[in-house]
Ligand binder design. Structure first.
Ligand code: PEP
Ligand code: MG
Length: 537
């Protein structure tokens, strides 16, 4: 039994099998084999596993990102079953007496090259798919755990995880995250919290852990490898206590989030995709205060179409019924990168071409999203929220574009909510300083304390070396919140907090004193925050 320490980003614990995820490119070596028939059988088994993984991915994608995006996984399955491809591999194993990995790599490269040299653009593009399927089979043959190929709920150990990888993971297959890199305020950390999973960062990881049993203790910030009987017993008891505490919190379901002196707070939940709705309902959130719509883009290989977005927004709106659903428009850039946007390298991506800046530049992308949002507004109580605002000018430009889109929809007889609420995120010092002016021009404020802390303190939220001073309790951040709420109320609008600080129950009383109208937190924090509100003055 060994223990390794890290920094916890979600206080919970898990016991289970470790799956080590590696991005290192494994060198495929040519080795001589004795038994060709056995090697071919090994290949067939790996191929069958690859086809089954692809079927799983197809079904997941179909549910989450629609038929068009899911189709690629069906194409990959067909390619894997292709006779020429399979004969080429088996032929090499048999006639050259080589290992299956090598036969797949050589056949894959030759087939990919053949496609790449074709005239037709469609066939040319298939070269990438051939490489993809060959790599999948090789990884299975070499025992590399791909994150999309987990066969049982596992503790994921990786050097680092990007938000685009995390969002694609199947929550049912995850017990915990443990990474060497990453920071407490990264979006991967936020996703772990949304998924209600224990997560550690800054752990010196080891590939040899793969397949072993581990215990992740998100209270103490440690991972135990190969726990002995005593440790297993101790942690099984803690797990039981955790479950009891959760049961106790459940008694707060259906209760109002009102303090002792009668202050009512709208207690909403943050989500990244419609699949998170289950935990929202389970934890009795009073609405959705932040739907990070960019995760629809991150979970996809190409721009999600208007129809796909409409389906996602409508599902959330309909599920929540009369409850408010605040959908934030695309907030890509910085740590949230997608290849097909071609955002390019930037020296300071957090201060770069991101969020509303992209939308006001690429109005085609923005309008597609607005059409989907407005269309879905006919099916529930949707509000739109714009991220990274720094000026009144931006708000005016956004409103002009919204009016154009509304006019288009009217002309097409598409029903939508003419009076849809439009608010902005307060996450830059500029928006705090201008909050009196901005408040006259929008319907609500939602304070994004993650970015507001980053920009106010000039601390890159992705930089784990600065985690110890990345402090949202800094008086400059708290004063900003107070100012913003005061300016909102002077203009007669409401102000909430949707950054991670909103879930910090040591500040619940302070937020109530400031007059904060809404707190939007990861679903699993809804009931603990309700408890804190009920116990506050
Ligand atoms: C924030 O910045 O506080 C916020 C809620 O947005 P995100 O974390 O997605 O940047
Ligand atoms: Mg932000």
């Amino acid at each position: 039994m060994e223990k390794f320490a890290g920094k916890s980003i979600y206080p919970a614990m898990a016991i289970g099998k470790i799956a080590f995820s590696t991005k290192e490119k494994q060198q495929v070596r040519r080795t001589k084999i004795e038994d060709a028939a056995a090697e071919i059988a090994r290949y067939e088994e790996a191929k069958a596993e690859a086809v089954s993984q692809l079927q799983g991915l197809y079904e997941k994608a179909l549910k989450e990102v629609g038929e068009d995006n899911a189709a690629i996984f069906e194409v990959h399955q067909m390619m894997l079953e292709d006779d020429d491809f399979n004969d080429g591999i088996k032929d090499k194993i048999e006639n050259q007496q080589v290992n299956a990995e090598y036969a797949v790599a050589v056949t894959g490269d030759a087939t990919a090259e053949m496609f790449a040299n074709m005239e037709d653009e469609y066939f040319k593009a298939r070269a990438v798919d051939i490489k993809d399927i060959s790599e999948r089979v090789i990884n299975i043959l070499m025992g590399n755990t791909g994150l999309d190929s987990l066969s049982e709920p596992s503790i994921i150990v990786a050097e680092d995880l990007a938000p685009s990888e995390t969002i694609q993971l199947d929550k049912d297959k995850l017990l915990a995250f443990v990474t060497e890199l990453g920071s407490a305020n990264s979006h991967t950390a936020i996703l772990a919290r949304t998924m209600n999973l224990p997560a550690l960062i800054g752990v010196k990881i080891d590939k040899a852990w793969n397949g072993k049993t581990g215990i992740v203790d998100g209270y103490k910030g440690i991972i135990i490898i190969d726990p002995d009987e005593a440790a297993l017993e101790e942690y099984t008891a803690i797990q039981k206590k955790d479950a009891e505490k959760k049961e106790l919190l459940k008694t707060l379901k259906g209760k109002k989030s009102v303090s002792k002196s009668g202050k009512k707070v709208n207690l909403y939940a943050n989500i990244g995709k419609p699949a998170d709705l289950g935990t929202v309902i389970e934890n009795d959130a009073e609405g959705i205060g932040l739907f990070r719509s960019e995760f629809l883009y991150l979970g996809s290989d190409d721009f999600p179409t208007e129809e796909e977005q409409f389906a996602a927004y409508k599902k959330v709106a309909e599920t929540m019924g009369k409850k408010r659903v605040i959908i934030r428009t695309l907030d890509l850039g910085a740590d949230k990168q997608v290849d097909y946007f071609n955002l390019g390298q930037e020296d300071n991506p957090a201060m770069g071409y991101r969020a509303i800046r992209i939308c006001l530049d690429r109005t085609d992308i923005f309008k597609t999203q607005l059409r989907a949002l407005l269309g879905a507004s006919a099916f529930g109580n949707i509000s739109i929220m714009y991220p990274m605002i720094i000026s009144l000018d931006e708000v005016k430009k956004i409103k002009e574009i919204v009016e154009e889109v509304k006019a288009e929809l009217r002309a097409e007889n598409v029903k939508f909510n003419e009076n849809i609420e439009q608010g902005i995120m307060i996450e830059t010092p500029a928006s705090v300083i201008m909050s009196d002016v901005l408040a006259e021009n929008v319907d609500f404020f939602s304070i994004g304390t993650n970015d507001l802390t980053q920009y106010t303190l000039a601390i890159d939220r992705q930089n784990s070396k600065l985690d110890n001073i990345n402090d949202s309790h800094h008086p400059a951040v708290l004063r900003s919140i107070k100012t913003v709420v005061e300016n909102a109320h002077k203009a007669g609008i409401w102000a909430g907090i949707c950054g991670e600080l909103g879930a910090d129950t040591t500040l619940t009383q302070t937020f109530l004193d400031y007059g904060v109208d809404e707190l939007s937190v990861s679903p699993s924090f809804v009931l603990p925050v309700r408890k804190a509100i009920i116990e506050s003055e």
